[in-house]
Ligand binder design. Structure first.
Ligand code: MOS
Length: 732
């Protein structure tokens, strides 16, 4: 079967989306609907002494108010990383305990949304307050060495060679500390649930990256059989890790719907989302980089303190990537977790790679200046085809070609090395910066079910969710080519417990998990078609064969696993678990790569930082859908600009919680902040990771953007900024 480049087809759901025909969870309007709203804790830690719902109850149209006093037994679904199904182990409203500011303390259900919101605002609690720690710098935190932490699985730091000795002996040493504040995903689609009971059966409409975790987690919380829980999550308006497990509000909607005997819709407003879902934890990175006088990197030491909650341990995997960006022979990683009184932080796009690359790629730029070497040339001289962590070959690595092609497209050869040496006609300082990103080449076991009807409908169902990233377009492109059927005939049933087991869609493994299963299903379908229509002429298409056989439809279901992975990994998906593996496989290691070239312009008086253009060249293996892939890169670069220059979840250590809990004050880039983003792909199939040759894309695209901007700011101004976000005041 050919593995030629794929056609640049339009997004298959584009027309529905621009017409508003695509239904998201909160668009569901079952008859007799009740609206729910949450009341939130106004202290940072402690417990509820008394809760008065009388004023709330008096609001016209209120049907139900749930508090910890009347909600009844409410189990925790367990923390995702501890074998559970939820984003944290702590279950609000199962007791009087308050673990963080903003935690739900009551659920109001009413005939109208207005009544629910008004009543929720009238819920009045008195508290017993306790001391708390809002940030990793606060008093009273607890610091845990990750390698020694009780995580339930071995979690050693990445160490190879003798980095301390090699660093101490190195002719050139760079030692710098980088920080990132907590940040929050803000998908356009809010976290929302519509819950509906029919007898014992519960139907949930919710945008999630993990429909089976919802099914099994909810069953645990409610004490019912998972057989009686159905999930529909056909479209997400963005996931980005925020929707990767059972959310806070889902069980409240389900319980409220059961109590009032009517469907309940619970939309978590943006202001509450900052406390009701996970977030990118605050982190501090010390990077020490040693090199010889020629620029050969000899040693790196990367120490990270990452924020976790009081009730869960969220381990950092920052050194997975920093250890592997270059062929550095000596490396020592050291992770610690710092307990703070927040909800449990979690995965937010390029959760470790974004800040790991900030630390490594800014340090590499500092090294280039210490050596007076071109930053692209220095990177090329430290390239590798070998994975130093596993001591195995890389299945593919085209980072050097990303750098060369990007430099060419950007016009890098016109760059002058000295800081402050390039000025625009209006007097602005021009800075040109470069940085690379890498992301583990994860994959996962999966199931695919393929159905073709005599009417010509081709339905693929696989363990992946459509978050807006374009997986339906990828599936259509792959299935139509493999089966030789029209693109328009291919539909996908995703994120639905009636279809193939929905698998957690995260870690950039959406394509690497679902596409091998899908290709296998296509091949199994051809096999079945030959069996049911053995006398068919060659060249007949699947629908002709089904008609010739006199069948109404034909269905196949297959299971697939990643290289070296036992097929029984599929069983974990069946009960709402996940089956990811990688980036190390038997005999090889897989990563995706990207190189970003950035121009900044800095106005000399106000020091306003602009990013008029970016060139990004990615190595994600074979590109299965060029148009949505390009869109992924645009999105990742925009987010990288946001992370570098705008985004910070602001904490007042005296009060805890997140202050700027809305997208007016949580600063993100607007259209005027974004210039041109020129994207290219190497588009070389990876020969080992899967038959299609595809590696992940959705997260590597963001890794390296922030350091490219930091390095460009240095080039423009001579100032090294190391704490995100970089703002005007840091350049005054
Ligand atoms: Mo992604 S941050 O692994 O959902």
């Amino acid at each position: 079967m050919s593995n030629a480049p794929y056609a640049d087809i339009p997004r298959v759901d584009a027309l529905d989306k621009v017409r508003g025909a695509t239904l998201y969870a909160a668009d569901r309007q079952p008859g007799n609907l009740v609206h729910a709203a949450l009341a939130a804790a106004t202290i940072a830690k402690g417990s509820i002494v008394s809760i008065d719902t009388s004023a709330a109850n008096a609001v016209r149209g209120v049907r139900l108010i749930l508090t910890h006093e009347n909600i009844g037994p409410l189990g925790s679904a367990g923390f995702l990383l501890g074998g559970g199904r939820a984003f944290q182990s702590f279950q609000p409203m199962s007791s009087a305990s308050i673990a963080y500011r903003g935690q739900p303390i009551a659920v109001v259900a009413a005939d109208t949304l207005e009544a629910a919101i008004e009543a929720a605002s009238l819920v009045d609690a008195t508290y017993h307050e306790e001391a708390f720690s809002a940030t990793i710098e606060s008093e009273g935190t607890e610091t845990i060495v990750q390698a020694e932490a009780p995580l339930g699985h071995p979690n050693p730091d990445i160490v190879f060679g003798d980095a301390d000795q090699a660093y101490a002996a190195a002719e050139i040493q760079v030692d710098a500390t980088f920080t990132s504040p907590p940040q929050h995903q803000n998908p356009i689609e809010l976290v929302a649930t519509v819950a509906e009971w029919a007898g014992d059966r519960l139907l949930i409409h919710e945008g999630t990256q993990n429909a089976n975790a919802l099914r099994f987690g909810l069953a645990t919380q409610l004490g019912i059989s998972a057989e009686n829980v159905e999930i529909r999550s056909h479209h997400l308006g963005g996931g980005f890790g925020q929707k990767n497990s059972l959310q806070m509000q889902t069980v409240f909607a389900a319980i409220a719907a059961r109590r009032v005997g009517r469907p309940v819709k619970l939309v978590v407003p943006r202001s509450q989302l900052f406390h009701d879902a996970s977030f990118r934890p605050q982190s501090v990175h010390r990077m020490q980089l040693g090199a010889d006088a020629s620029g050969k990197m000899l040693a790196a030491l990367h120490s990270v303190d990452g924020q976790t909650s009081r009730h869960d341990l969220f381990p950092g995997e920052y050194c997975q990537t920093s250890a592997r960006l270059y062929g550095i022979p000596n490396f020592r990683g050291f992770h610690r977790m710092v307990r703070t009184d927040t909800q449990t932080p979690g995965y937010m796009r390029a959760p470790f790679e974004h800040t790991a690359c900030l630390a490594m790629e800014c340090a590499v730029d500092e090294l280039a200046y210490r050596l007076d070497q071109d930053p692209v040339a220095l990177r090329l001289a430290n390239d590798t085809a070998h994975d130093p962590v596993e001591d195995l070959p890389l299945s593919s690595r085209h980072l050097a070609e990303c750098l060369r092609r990007g430099a060419d497209r950007f016009g890098w050869s016109d760059r002058r090395m000295e800081p402050m040496s390039m000025r625009a006609a209006d007097g602005s300082y021009i800075g040109w910066g470069v940085a690379c990103g890498a992301y583990p080449g994860n994959a996962a076991a999966n199931v695919a079910r393929l159905t073709i009807t005599a009417e010509g409908v081709v339905e693929i169902s696989a363990g992946v969710h459509e978050m807006g990233q374009g997986i339906r377009t990828v599936l259509a492109n792959v299935v139509s080519r493999r089966l030789d059927v029209p693109l328009e005939s291919v539909t996908a049933l995703l994120g639905d417990t009636r279809g193939a087991y929905p698998h957690l869609t995260a870690g950039s493994w959406g394509t690497t998990a679902s596409i091998p299963a899908t290709i296998k299903a296509c091949d199994a379908m051809w096999q079945r078609l030959r069996e049911v229509a053995p006398d068919a002429p060659s060249g007949a298409n699947p629908v002709d064969l089904i008609r010739r056989a006199g069948l109404p439809s034909l269905q196949v279901e297959v299971r697939s696993s990643a290289p070296g992975q036992d097929i029984s990994a599929v069983d974990r998906i069946a009960t709402g678990g996940a089956s990811p593996t990688g980036p190390a496989y038997p005999g090889f290691v897989t990563f995706s790569y990207i190189a970003h070239f950035v121009e900044v312009r800095i106005e000399p008086n106000t020091r306003r930082i602009r990013v008029p253009r970016v060139v990004s060249v990615a190595d994600c293996g074979r590109v299965l859908s060029p148009r949505t892939a390009r869109s992924q890169v645009w999105g990742g670069v925009v987010w990288g600009i946001g992370a570098a220059l705008r985004e910070e979840s602001e904490v007042d250590p005296r009060y805890g919680g997140f202050l700027n809990a809305d997208i007016a004050e949580y600063m993100i880039p607007v259209n005027a902040d974004i210039g041109t983003i020129d994207v290219d792909f190497i588009d070389e199939p990876d020969p080992q990771i899967n038959e299609a040759g595809v590696k992940g894309l959705g997260e590597v695209v963001m890794a390296g953007v922030a350091p490219a901007i930091a390095n460009a700011i240095f080039h423009a101004t001579g100032r090294r900024l190391r704490s995100l976000p970089f703002r005007v005041e840091h350049l005054l």
